[in-house]
Design a protein around this ligand. Sequence first.
Ligand code: ATP
Ligand code: MG
Length: 445
Amino acid sequence: MRLTRYFLPVLKENPAEAQIVSHRYMLRAGMIKQQAAGIYSWLPLGYKVLRRIEQIVHEEQERAGHIPLLMPTLQPADLWRESGRYDDYGQEMLRIKDRQGRDLLYGPTNEEMITDIFRAHVGSYKDLPMTLYHIQWKFRDEMRPRFGVMRGREFLMKDGYNFDLTKEDALHAYNRHLVSYLRTYERMGLQAIPMRADSGPIGGDDTHEFLVLAETGESEVFYDSAVTDISLGAREIDYDDKAQCQGVMEEFTSLYARTDETHDEALFNAIPEARRKSARGIEVGQIFYFGTKYSDAMGANVMTPEGSRVPVHMGSHGIGVSRLLGAIIEASHDDKGIIWPEGVTPFHCGIVNLKQGDADTNAACEGIYKALKLMGLDPLYDDRDERAGAKFATMDLIGLPWRITVGPRGLKNGVVELTSRRTGISEEMTAEAAVARIGQIYEGL
Ligand code: ATP
Ligand code: MG
């Protein structure tokens, strides 16, 4: 993309309404525009990151054997009357009447609807295990929408639902989700720690929330600092291997890590003092096992091998897709702007032309731009007629992890400059070498 042809409405001033850094930078970098409290348009740069995050979520869900579908945003109230949640859910639910006077609602989550789909089409243990998921907009009429996309009213969520014959199988689905979530967040450059949590209106006993540690997080958390030393890394996972998934789950959840809702002082104080941490965190996902709560209420049964009918064991599993943009920025920025991890960056590399209009400089920039595109990469070429300082400030604000700077002085010596946004370190090399290096960095991402 050439910046002169793009739509990047960067703000020079700090927007007064933004209280936290991610909200401030998302507004300043022209990623979102608020349309009503907690409701945002996704401008091109924000939309690009949102799609990259969605893509990673899809890839990791499908890798775990989960099946994508798409349910609507509007749901009939009757489904929620069956589960009893139409009355229980309270003010957060946006209730709507259509012209026939029928009650609808804008879905805050989809347990009822997925159970309805399941009971209409699945009747035998032979079809299990099954996990269905979608990435769809949700609406919750939050009391205090704030911090930009972190606590919106309309927000994008991945929600998945497992259907299993036995509790044991459903707990395998729980573990499979836990492992696939760890991989998902790591690919986004995030450390999200699974913590014992409270199940809230979804119901059920087993639940973990995934928290990204950040001062601006809304959750209070308590943990053994040793949990921050574990990562999944590149290890091979066989998602059908119950023992392996359980092993990873235990590895990541045995050390003390809890939100304030389940915090236990006595257990916490048993941790060696130097490792005892309390901090704040951003909830970027949650997994639940809730057994037959919805299948009992809504008649989602399957035939067992012995010929009897039993309600299926279920769980639900959510990732805050739009909230993740805020969480990633909270975890990765400096005083000049965002620093995108390579896994989610909106453009792979920026190209800064220091002397727009100079024939050699223009030609070198064009060459780099085309070579990167030929490799299947997506560069952003700043071809504006602006001074260097303004170009650097824009690149730093929007946070592309790599920048190639091209000017007449370097070209005289046959070199351009490759700069890492994270370290600020620049290296001189030929244009070909810079392109090759960018190619290597993104190989396999
Ligand atoms: P919270 O405690 O933050 O209100 P929740 O526990 O009610 O969230 P879940 O039902 O677990 O939310 O939804 C799954 C994920 O969706 C959450 O982990 C979070 O990342 C995201 N999410 C929930 N509410 C919002 C919101 N208002 N804005 C943006 N993302 C949200
Ligand atoms: Mg939650």
